[in-house]
Design a protein around this ligand. Structure first.
Ligand code: HEM
Length: 225
């Protein structure tokens, strides 16, 4: 978890500042039209909110001691982070250059759909489903939002031509992450969950089942960890 936190903070510190200046001249991607820089800045700012709030969701001690923080940062993740960032990524689609750009449509849509399904599941107190959808949402976000840059640069470094590297990164980052997330969810399906309910100190979630302990009170959501 520390690794994710450090990587998320490092990524945001490195990528965000040019987009806070409101000056298109500072954009790393040359704007194609008047609104492009506004879309891009909004996307990077809301993407940063999503990345940072997601880190908080995976801290078991935070869920246990401060369930309200988990709920508030979860809502920030969805409504200030993932949804606006995905909508703005879709708005940039007409001017997104290069091979593999169709991946933007799939990744942005599935990222936000998974977040909304996760939120709805939490509202309905279906916490095992909530955990599953939110992990998928986080996996897509990391896969497209972060690994896409890392993978593309690595491939170019080892001699892969740029179009192939970009297309591989745009598809491979988030689809690969989804597979890893699914494997991890299956592997931890029977794990004892910490901090899932105020009145139930520990709950066991059977594979594929909802947690009965969570049907009681306004419990913080279970997002794994
Ligand atoms: C499924 C999730 C995401 C999708 C589909 C997506 C899509 C896009 C698109 C289409 C662009 C325009 C640049 C291009 O032509 O490729 C872009 C740029 C950018 N995105 Fe995302 N994004 C996602 C998540 C995130 C997240 C979570 C962050 C976190 C901060 C982020 C940070 C950025 C940054 C910093 C840029 C500008 C690139 C640069 O300055 O080097 N994105 N993204």
């Amino acid at each position: 978890m520390i690794i994710f936190a450090v990587a998320a903070i490092g990524y945001v510190v490195y990528k965000l500042p040019p987009y806070l200046t409101l000056d298109p001249a500072n954009s790393r991607i040359p704007p194609e039209h008047a609104l492009h820089f506004a879309f891009l800045s909004g996307h990077v700012i809301s993407g940063s909110v999503a990345l940072l709030t997601a880190v908080l969701q995976f801290l078991p001690w935070l869920r246990r001691k401060y369930p309200a923080v988990h709920r508030i940062s979860g809502r920030l993740y969805i409504f200030v982070g993932a949804l606006p960032a995905a909508v703005l990524a879709l708005a940039m689609y007409p001017v997104t250059p290069g091979p593999g750009r169709v991946a933007v449509l799939f990744a942005a849509s599935l990222w936000s759909i998974a977040a909304i399904f996760g939120w709805m599941a939490a509202r309905q107190r279906r916490y095992a489903a909530h955990r599953r959808w939110m992990v998928y949402s986080f996996a897509i976000m990391w896969g497209y939002g972060v690994w896409v840059f890392v993978i593309a640069n690595l491939l170019v470094e080892i001699g892969v031509d740029i179009p192939t590297a970009v297309e591989s990164a745009r598809w491979g980052g988030w689809t690969g992450n989804l597979l890893i997330a699914h494997w991890w969810l299956e592997r931890t399906a029977g794990r004892t969950i910490v901090g899932v309910a105020r009145r139930s100190p520990k709950a066991k979630v059977a594979p594929g089942a909802e947690s009965p302990a969570l049907a009681v009170g306004s419990a913080p959501a279970n997002t794994g960890g």
